[in-house]
Design a protein around this ligand. Structure first.
Ligand SMILES: Nc1nc2c(ncn2[C@@H]2O[C@H](COP(=O)(O)OP(=O)(O)OP(=O)(O)O)[C@@H](O)[C@H]2O)c(=O)[nH]1
Ligand SMILES: [Mg+2]
Length: 584
């Protein structure tokens, strides 16, 4: 199925044309039929000679109903521009065309209607020239009369060719269904309709309401009036929802694949059309089927920041229309450049931002996003409409700009060095402290930044082999070394340690720095003591007892027991079942 919207001035024969082609009545309301005028969107469809199906979104042409027109064309990729042979190019011909251009609609047909009432030539030539100057470019044109039926077969063939030219839909994309109609069906509950531009819907799917994010279950699906288990884009679709009132789903609401869209009330955009300096401070932003008041803050000649009255699920690259409701005038087409822009609080921030925006074109750009953001989560990028594939996360689901990551790495080294200098008795800087000092959003990033000679152990980052003892501790160790010169296995008693000022923290620091060897608790020797003990014990008759070892080492049981255990552990000594030991 393909979906096309009509466009054109009031009374130029859009609905009559849709009726003639489809045999269905697009004007749904009694009031529309009474007044002979379309007020709201109409829907009709037909099968073409190729067997393909075309669904029309028929829009009102009257100036007052342009917002309804915009809700209809917003999500639709192709248009049939209608001009009456006897009416010619009129204000809403121009305004509708401006809207199609703003939305980036690049596929369509030109139909000159009421060809039985006047020569279609002049209207056709003028309209063709107008379309050629827009994104629609050179389109096929057909003159028809709904009264005589002339041109209708040609129109159906042209619709077939149009369908064949449309780009294939992206069916594995996340769903963003803009609601253009909602109603209640007795016994079924709430039903919404919309144009499914991409993705796929299935009965039983859970979707999220764009406004609030709460989940809703798809209870039933219809496409072109037929119940379906699954509908793939592009399609007109009616969705029956469980557990949500119709009021929550007025036109402009959206149903989303959960977790795949970023809701934002702040966007930076490029504006084509009027210079941004000429835009009123308040405009209406029309995107999808939504219309939201927006405050404009110009940032440069053709870029601006929009503050929306309500958050919308927008993606980088989205197209929208800015309309001045006061002057009833399409003021410009919008291309979304950034859906998560930085605040402009600091002096000079706006000027700097203007420079950044000048370089953006609304095409999702992974390297550029990383450069601008430094660090960003995979899911956050996906929700902005930027495909994160091709870049490996630096930690968990974090992506980093390579330059930024290098700078963080050296900043981490500097912070660790500083911390260790300020806290010489601690075995390094706590990860959380470093996270705060580097202003990082997640501790896993600190851990991932650790590289030699930095070392991560027990939640702290230290410098391997670079522990420098504070002056008083180094002095105390030197005095201890003097104590141990003659009797290297006489570990200092508690009183001596106190005298030297070596408490548990100082001992731990000296052990980490490699200045002392800890056998157990506060039993410490010099680092060379183990090798020395191995030599002494090797000279004993083998095997030897604990007592013999103690005497040979000239020490006490307090030292000999843990020292032998350390030697056992290192494989220097072997312990026999009778508790004697041998070296080797
Ligand atoms: N003679 C003749 N009359 C036509 C033709 N097409 C439409 N009309 C008449 O033109 C009038 C307007 O037609 P509509 O189809 O309602 O026009 P519209 O463009 O849908 O108007 P809005 O939806 O209000 O913008 C109606 O009276 C139609 O009967 C045609 O090909 N020939
Ligand atoms: Mg109509």
């Amino acid at each position: 199925m393909w979906v096309v919207a009509t466009a054109g001035h009031v009374d130029h024969g859009k609905s009559t044309l849709v009726r003639a082609v489809t045999g269905m009545e697009p004007d749904r309301w009694a009031e529309e039929r009474r007044r002979g005028m379309t007020i709201d969107l109409g829907f009709a469809w037909t099968t073409l000679p190729s067997g393909g199906t075309v669904a029309f979104v028929d829009v009102p042409g009257h100036e007052r109903f342009v917002p309804n027109m915009l809700a209809g064309v917003g999500p639709v990729p192709a248009a049939v521009v209608v001009v009456a042979a006897d009416g010619g190019w009129m204000p809403q011909s121009a305004e509708h065309l401006a809207a199609l251009h703003a939305l980036g609609v690049s596929h369509g047909l030109l139909v000159v209607t009421r060809a039985d009432l006047a020569d279609p030539g002049p209207a056709l030539r003028r309209a063709r020239a107008e379309l050629a100057a827009t994104g629609l470019g050179a389109v096929e044109a057909v003159a028809v009369s709904a009264v005589t039926g002339a041109g209708l077969p040609e129109l159906r063939a042209a619709l077939d060719r149009l369908g064949a030219r449309l780009p294939p839909p992206v069916v594995d994309a996340p769903v963003r269904l803009w609601v253009d109609r909602s109603f209640t069906v007795r016994g079924s509950g709430t039903v919404v309709t919309g144009t499914l531009g991409a993705g796929r819907l299935r009965v039983g799917d859970t979707l999220a309401l764009a406004d609030g994010g709460e989940p809703v279950r798809v209870r039933g699906l219809h496409a072109l009036g037929v119940a379906r288990d699954e509908v793939t884009a592009v399609a007109r679709v009616a969705v029956n929802l469980r557990g949500v009132s119709r009021e929550r789903l007025a036109r402009g609401a959206a149903l989303l694949t959960p977790g795949r869209f970023h809701r934002t009330d702040l966007v930076d955009v490029r504006v084509a059309g009027d210079p941004v300096a000429d835009l009123p401070a308040s405009v209406m932003l029309h995107v999808g089927a939504a219309a939201v008041p927006a405050r404009v803050r110009p940032l440069g000649v053709d870029t601006a920041r929009l503050r929306l009255a309500r958050a919308l699920p927008l993606l980088v690259g989205d197209r929208a229309v800015l309309r001045d409701p006061g002057r009833r005038h399409v003021a410009g087409g919008v291309r979304v450049l950034d859906v998560d822009p930085p605040p402009l609080a600091r002096r000079g921030a706006a000027a700097a931002r203007t420079v950044v925006l000048t370089g953006l074109d609304g095409r999702p750009d992974l390297a550029g996003e990383l450069r601008r953001r430094g660090l960003v989560r995979v899911a956050a990028l996906t929700r902005m409409g930027v495909d994160p594939a091709g870049v490996r996360p630096v930690a968990a689901d974090w992506l980093a700009d390579p330059g930024h990551w290098r700078r963080l790495r050296s900043a981490l080294a500097a912070e660790v060095t500083r911390y260790v200098r300020e806290h010489p008795l601690e075995p390094g800087a706590p990860v959380e402290v470093l996270r705060q000092r580097l202003d990082l959003p997640d501790r896993v990033l600190v851990e991932a930044l650790v590289a030699a000679p930095l070392r991560l152990a027990a939640g702290r980052v230290g410098v391997a082999g670079a522990a420098v003892l504070p002056e008083p501790v180094a002095r105390a160790v030197a005095r201890l070394r003097a104590d141990l010169v003659d009797r290297p296995f006489r570990a200092p008693e508690a009183e001596r340690l106190t005298e030297l000022g070596l408490g548990p923290r100082e001992i731990a620091a000296a052990v980490r720095a490699g200045a002392l060897l800890r056998l157990a608790g506060s039993v410490v020797l010099l680092p060379g003591a183990v090798d020395e003990a191995a030599r002494v014990l090797a000279a004993l008759p083998q095997p030897f007892t604990l007592s013999a070892a103690r005497q040979a080492l000239d020490t006490t049981r307090r030292v000999a027991v843990p020292l032998l255990e350390v030697l056992d552990g290192r494989g220097v000594t072997r312990r026999h079942p009778d508790d004697t030991r041998s070296v080797g």
